[in-house]
Each structure stands twice: as C-alpha cells, then as structure tokens.
Design a protein around this ligand. Structure first.
Ligand code: HAM
Length: 430
C-alpha cells in the first residue's frame, strides 16, 4: 500500500503554495510598514511553556497539543500558536533591554489536534504580530489598523471585526463570580462541557456553540458592563480611535477567546467564504503574560491570522485569483531547441535571460511538434525556436502564442542578458 500524508496534514501543491506565500508576503509587507520586524521561532517548545501561557484548562492545552517526550524524557510540544514562543524568546533574550518597545512579526506552521474540516487543519499556518511594551489605547488602535490594512493588502472584502474587552485582574474576577452564579442558576440547561467550565473557566460558557447553551446564556450579564473604571476608559478610548479612523466593528459580548492570557481588548475577524470556521484572525491584549513567563512586568498586544483561512477568504473575494496565480507561474518564454548544437546555445540564452529576470522554460530532445504542445500546455506566451539552420545564421524564430504569429529575431548568443531581453521583447508583466 502506498503511504499517504497524516490526517489533517496537507501538502500545498505549487499553486496552493504560491497562494499561501502571496498572502504571507502581503501581510509581512504591511506589518513591516507598521514597524513589525520578522522573527523566526522554533516549532518545538517545552510543553510547560504552553501550559503556563495558554492555560492548563483551555481546549488547546487539554486536548489539542501534539506532545511527546524527547529522548531524555523532557516533554516537548509542537507549537499550537506563536504568542507563547514569542514571549519566551523576548524574555530569554532580554529584548526589553534592547528597546522598551518591541514589534515583532512571525509566520509559520502551527499544530493543533482538532477535527479536520474546511479551513481547519492539524497543521496550519499563521502570520502574526506582537507589540510588547505599550499599554496605552493608542497601541491597541494602531494594532487593529495594522490588522485591517493587512486584509486590504491581501485583497479580502467583506470581513468583519468583532470587539470585546475582557477586563483585567481588578474587574474580571468579580464578573467571573457574577457569571458563575448566573450559570449555576441555569446549570440544568448547559451541556456537560459547560457544567465543567462553570467551575474552572465560567467565561467559556458564553462562546459554547451548543444551541442549548446559547439559549441558556442569552440573558447572561455582559463583561463590558462590569469593567472597572480604568478598563472601561481604556476600551472607550480604543473605540473612539477606531471610530475616528472609520474602522467599523461590532461589539460581541460572547467573544471571550480560548486562551487564558488575554486581558482588556480582544477581537476576532470573520471572513467571507468560510462556513463554520469563519474566524480568519484573532488576538488581544496580554498584559500579564511576559511576567508570567519570567520576564519584566510589561504589556503586550497582538494578533494572528490563519493563512489557510485568509486564502479561502481571498478566493471568495476574488474569483480571478486562481487565474492570476496561473499567469504568474506560466513561463514568459519557452525555448525550443532542435538538435545538439541548438540545445547548447539554448542553455546559454536561457541562462542569460533568467539572469536578466525572465521566467524561462527550456526543454529539448524532442520534435518541434511535441515541444510546441508542451509550450501550449504551459501557457507560455512566447516560444523561441532554435533550429540548426537558424543557429547557423545566429537567428531564432519567435512565435507569439496568443497572436499565433512568427517573427524572425536576431539572437546573438553573445549579447548580454539585458540586451537579449530587449531583443526578445517578450517580457510579460508578471
Ligand atoms: P487563535 O484564535 O487561537 O489565536 O488563532 C488565530 C487564528 O489562527 C484563528 O483565527 C484561525 O484563523 C487560525 N487557526 C486556528 N486554528 C486553526 C486550525 N486548526 N486550522 C486552520 N486555522 C486555524 C492565537 O493563536 C493567538 N496566538 C493570537 C494572538 C496573537 N493573540 C495575541 N497575539
């Protein structure tokens, strides 16, 4: 039997890979304009990092991590997200001493043992941004603008931003208790999971997808009504700044997020074309996390997009994206040499043109007919035919595949790449 990929782990074939990197490149470019510098983090971390950062009783830590012992018995985990690793690196390298404010971006695979479906995989990609060392609402607003501008640059239309505040160590415990009492009064209507959550993490009863739980919590008290004065002022200012910039958002009191490190501003972005897995990105403030990982008491806020989901949202926003990608990948010129001497010359010409920046496909050892068939299949815009006879005259035949026209062209193989490029004149805008 042949060996297949592991369930939930997919290959990205060339077209899919190109879409993923198009999205990642666009995101990193916008993030760079906002001052976020890319950092590369390991895929494997000590398990305790995630247990401490994300929280022992979260779904991710309880049931979704890929954890295994190293040869010496140390428990390791394939990272389920990037924030914990980033903060670990920040603390480990004393990055606060380099600059009191750090802005970092990252991109790469993350791993969660979830039930695979459209837009949900066990290995997926994230592109994220973390801003450490600022606690003012201006930094929240700026980060949210960066997130919004990424969507714009990627070309996603019709996304919506959900916003909430989770309060802080002052006000959340009180709200938690208010909500727990509410939940206890509705205990009978809650699913088994939520009954357990009532003790450990009552806020999670608000975002349970079970219809019974949703109905039971319709009249639940809202956290935004229980914020302490500083949290309320912070959230008010963030909203004012977003309003002033014309960023529209919806307040979502059910948005509590599945990671324990969040305080104050939290958000999620829903995208088009995704069905059940519509969260294309999410994030929030994590003011206590750096200290919790053993670093200084500094604030942080960040977000991560799911790149696979951004791709789905892009496909829904732009039905032409596949053909754009195909055009970008097609050779600008197909070189068809006939015979040994022409093949050697073609190798030289192809290399010069490639060095000058042109996308060339070179093939040989077959009949003209079979070479032309291949050029056609590859959707090459132009073909350069180099026969023995043509070579003897230092000429080639250029065929415009769209116009179905031939023209003779002097190709002196001693020309430089740029001269050749000008002579070929077939450069198609990528
Ligand atoms: P998260 O909400 O767990 O947050 O994940 C962020 C995004 O990653 C989701 O909105 C989704 O688009 C994508 N994602 C998550 N799981 C999967 C999956 N199984 N398959 C495909 N895509 C997935 C975080 O990870 C936080 N670290 C975000 C953050 C950064 N908060 C502060 N800074």
């Amino acid at each position: 039997m042949s060996i297949t990929a592991v369930k939930g782990f997919r290959d990205a074939l060339p077209e899919a890979a190109r879409l993923l990197s198009r999205v990642e490149t666009a995101a990193l470019e916008i993030l760079a304009r906002y001052g976020f510098a890319e950092i590369r983090l390991p895929i494997v971390e000590r398990t305790e990092l995630f247990a401490r950062a994300i929280g022992e009783s979260t779904d991710i830590v309880e049931k979704e991590m890929y954890t295994f012992p190293d040869r010496d018995g140390t428990l390791l985990t394939l990272r389920p997200e990037g924030t914990a690793s980033l903060v670990r690196a920040y603390v480990e390298h004393h990055l606060d001493q380099r600059d009191a404010i750090g802005r970092f971006s990252y991109v790469g695979p993350m791993f969660r043992h979830e039930r695979p479906q459209k837009g949900r995989h066990r290995q997926f990609y994230q592109v994220g941004a973390e801003l450490i060392g600022r606690e003012d609402p201006l930094s929240d607003a700026e980060l949210l603008l960066a997130l919004w501008d990424v969507l714009d640059e990627v070309g996603i239309q019709g996304a919506s931003l959900l916003l909430n505040s989770l309060g802080d160590a002052q006000c959340r415990p009180q709200y938690r208790e208010v909500l727990r009492v509410f939940g206890e009064a509705h205990r009978a209507e809650l699913c088994e999971n939520c009954k357990r959550r009532l003790e450990k993490n009552p806020l999670r009863i608000l975002d349970c997808k079970e219809p019974g739980c949703r109905a039971a919590t319709t009249d639940a008290p809202h956290l935004v009504d229980h914020l302490c004065a500083p949290c309320a002022a912070h959230f008010g200012r963030v909203r004012e700044l977003l309003d002033a910039e014309g960023v529209s958002y919806e307040l979502d009191w059910r948005l509590v997020r599945g990671l324990d490190y969040y305080v104050r501003t939290t958000f999620e972005v829903l995208g088009p074309g995704l069905g059940a897995q519509s969260a294309i990105g999410a994030g929030g403030r994590y003011d206590g996390l750096v200290a919790q990982i053993g670093g200084p008491q500094v604030s942080g806020i960040g977000f991560a997009f799911g790149v696979d989901r951004l791709v789905l949202a892009l496909q829904a926003s732009n039905p032409d994206v596949e053909s754009e990608i195909a055009a970008e990948m097609a050779p600008e010129l197909f070189i068809a040499p006939l015979g040994a001497a022409a093949e050697a010359a073609a190798l030289t010409v192809a290399r010069r043109l490639r060095q000058a920046g042109m996308r060339i496909e070179l093939d040989g050892g077959r009949s003209l007919k079979s070479l032309m068939r291949r050029a056609d299949k590859l959707k090459a815009r132009h073909v350069m035919i180099l026969g023995e006879e043509e070579l003897a005259q230092r000429r080639a035949t250029m065929r415009d595949m769209e116009a179905k026209q031939d023209r003779k062209l002097a190709v002196d193989i001693d020309l430089t790449g740029d001269e050749l490029l000008a002579a070929v004149g077939a450069r198609r805008s990528a």
